[in-house]
Unconditional design. Sequence first.
Length: 169
Amino acid sequence: MSPATSGVPEVAVIGYGPVGATLANLLGQAGIESRVYERSTEPYPLPRACHLDGEIMRIFQNIGLGDEMDVLVEPSRGMLFVDAAGEPLFDYEDFTRDPILGWHEDYVFIQPELDTALRAGVDRFDCVDVRLGVEVTDWRELPARWVVACDGATSASRRMAGIDFGSST
């Protein structure tokens, strides 16, 4: 956990999964006083996300974590897409391309490992205050100029803002 920021942070980030932790690294790299709120004290132990692309790897590289991520990800060799009943829709078997701009097109990963590496990256920045075990019940009460909700598919922030979650099923 990073040392506390001074005064009111410029940005409050709700959620410390891959998106929130990546944002916290970007804010820290930019020197922006930020505070992250996460209801859990540890990364979620099961993989929920499992795929990223070369553009995300370039983001990780730009925040100084390219080498750390490179050992945690594996180039994807294909994907099978299924419907809600488990019936195949289409696949990309043996789908590989030469690396573009230094990175492969697609990667697979184990989310708890990725989360741990991203959180360790945030520890480099004194301007980012991470508050684990803190559930945000009303984002309107957070002391920050900007609030960014990165609290995932079950987002309480999204529901509070009245934003529907679309489904393709």
